[in-house]
Design a protein around this ligand. Structure first.
Ligand code: PEP
Ligand code: MG
Length: 554
């Protein structure tokens, strides 16, 4: 047994085998540019034959086990595999782009998968899963190394602790969440986006294992991940396993007790009302927000819709936003416009390497540079607005003038849509993220332009204290309750009150119980936190007395 110390990033305990993905592993087979088409076509033919043979064997086995009727799907799989449209797409990419057979199969399969997924007809939509299945088999027949990949990205065949060297959110987002027991990373800190994602998924996480990462067992062997203490126990003794199993069952009964707080208003012991919203990092979290009784979605990080190799079209985004709004059934949904930076490379953006991506061409700066990208997102959002109560949140703005221009431009896109005969809601609100010291100091000016404030304490802390939120060496210096940060929060909240607009806090500090009294005293009316935290926040707030002595929260 060995105990590896990292940084606690998402509470809870998980026990299971390890699946290590290195940052070099991509969520798709590499295009491998200059392949010889004739060779790749020959490989493809052999793999195709092998895949058909395997599916035929499965069909025959299924016929004897479940009967012919239920097995007919495997015959359909063979027909889909032989489909001329699918085959042509694969051959085209091999012959014209000199792509590897793996890449050609992957990209053709993914296109068809997405096409089926977006179909109205339920039966046709369900074919996307078949497309996934047959493409995965063809990929496996081409190269036995690829079964861990699918169109969503990393695919875990069985439940496992997902271990990543780099904290790459797109890798996590594209992993099939149901099989992820916990998350462990070599680099990153508790406010890096991978930690935020783990909290949203309700999975335990330990980040920043550093050099201990190499001691994780590959292949056989089990680990205990204790996300509350920030440790990973490798090959635990039977006594330790027993101890942690007991803690896990106590934890699940504690969670069950929290169900009693569903349906209640969130109010301090002395009657100060606050609204609890959910931070959303994937479609699955909408359901989690509802299950945890969120009063709305306070921060939808729309980046999850953008993968490194595929930029979602207006139609694709429209579908997703409409679904989100409809699912939230009249509760407010605040979607933050795209906040990407050059830390991850996106095939559809011409990105330069930057020394400081967090302060670089990111977020709304990037959107203003890539107007088409921004336009596509705003049009999709406005079109979807008729399905619920939408708020559009603009991140990384420093002053009123910049926000005013973006707002006017959004309004011009609304006019354009109306001219096209598209219906849009008249009640879309447009707010600003206060996440730089400049924005906080310009709060009065911003409050005159914006419909609401959303204070992003993660970035506000990083930039106020000049402490990189991703740097695990600085974790003791990264402190959202530093007086300087609190002073900026209180100042921005006061400006919002004076202008009569609502103010929400959505950074990780929103679920830091030690900051609740401060937030309530500062007059924050909304807290937006990962869904698994909402009921516990309600209980904690109910125990607090916030009136009385105090100076507006500082
Ligand atoms: C923040 O900066 O506090 C925030 C909520 O956004 P993100 O963590 O995505 O930067
Ligand atoms: Mg931010």
């Amino acid at each position: 047994m060995r105990t590896l110390q990292g940084t606690p990033a998402s509470p809870g305990i998980a026990i299971g085998p390890v699946r290590v993905l290195s940052s070099q592993q991509r969520s798709k087979p590499l295009p491998a540019g200059e392949r010889v088409p004739a060779q790749e076509l020959a490989r493809l033919r052999a793999a195709q034959k092998q895949a058909e043979k395997e599916i035929q064997e499965i069909y025959e086995r299924a016929c004897t086990e479940v009967g012919e009727g239920d097995s007919v799907i495997f015959q359909i799989h063979i027909l889909m595999l032989q489909d001329e449209g699918f085959q042509q797409m694969i051959r085209k990419s091999i012959v014209e782009d000199h792509a590897s057979a793996e890449y050609a199969v992957w990209s053709a399969g993914r296109k068809l998968y997405q096409m089926f997924s977006n179909m109205e007809d339920e039966y046709m939509r369900a074919r996307s899963e078949d497309m996934l299945d047959i493409s995965r088999r063809l990929l496996m027949c081409l190269n036995r190394q690829t079964p861990s990949l699918d169109f969503q990205g990393n695919y875990l065949m069985t439940p496992a602790v997902l271990c990543l060297t780099q904290a790459v959110p797109s890798q996590i987002i594209r992993t099939n969440h149901s099989q992820v027991l916990a998350l462990v990373t070599q680099y990153g800190s508790s406010t890096s986006h991978s930690a935020i994602l783990a909290r949203g998924m309700g999975k335990p996480a330990v980040v920043g294992l550093g050099e201990h990462f190499k001691d994780l067992p590959r292949g056989e062997g089990q680990v205990i991940v204790d996300g509350t203490k920030g440790v990973v126990i490798v090959n635990p003794t039977p006594e330790t396993l027993e101890k942690y199993t007991r803690i896990m069952s106590a934890e699940s009964s504690r969670r069950a007790d929290l169900a009693a707080f569903k349906g209640m208003k969130t109010m301090s012991a002395d009657g100060v009302r606050i609204h609890l919203l959910a931070n959303i990092n994937s479609m699955a979290e909408i359901q989690m927000a509802l299950e945890n009784d969120a009063e709305g979605a306070g921060l939808v990080r729309s980046e999850f819709l953008y993968s490194p190799d595929h930029c979602p079209t207006e139609e694709e985004q429209y579908q997703q936003y409409s679904q989100m709004l409809a699912q939230m059934g009249g509760r407010r949904v605040i979607v933050r416009t795209l906040d990407l930076d050059s830390n991850t490379s996106y095939s559809y953006l011409d990105q330069e390497q930057e020394a400081n991506p967090a302060m670089g061409l990111r977020s709304v700066r990037l959107c203003l540079r890539h107007r088409d990208l921004f336009r596509t997102q705003i049009r999709a959002l406005l079109r979807a607005s008729v399905y619920g109560r939408l708020g559009i949140l603009v991140p990384f703005v420093n002053d009123g003038e910049m926000f005013r221009q973006i707002r006017m431009w959004i309004q011009s896109l609304a006019e354009e849509l109306k001219r096209e005969g598209k219906e849009i809601s008249e009640a879309v609100s447009i707010g600003v993220m206060v996440e730089t010291p400049a924005a906080a100091l310009q709060a009065h000016e911003l409050a005159r332009e914006a419909d609401f404030f959303n204070i992003g304490t993660n970035d506000l802390t990083q930039f106020t204290l000049a402490v990189d939120r991703e740097n695990r060496q600085l974790k003791s210096l990264y402190n959202p309750s530093h007086p300087a940060v609190k002073r900026l929060i209180a100042y921005a909240a006061r400006a919002a009150h004076e202008a009569g607009i609502p103010v929400c806090v959505s950074g990780e500090a929103a679920s830091d119980y030690s900051m609740l009294r401060f937030f309530l005293r500062a007059g924050i009316q909304y807290l937006s936190a990962p869904p698994p935290y909402i009921l516990e926040l309600r209980r904690e707030i109910g125990r607090l007395k916030v009136r009385g002595k105090g100076n507006g929260g500082q």
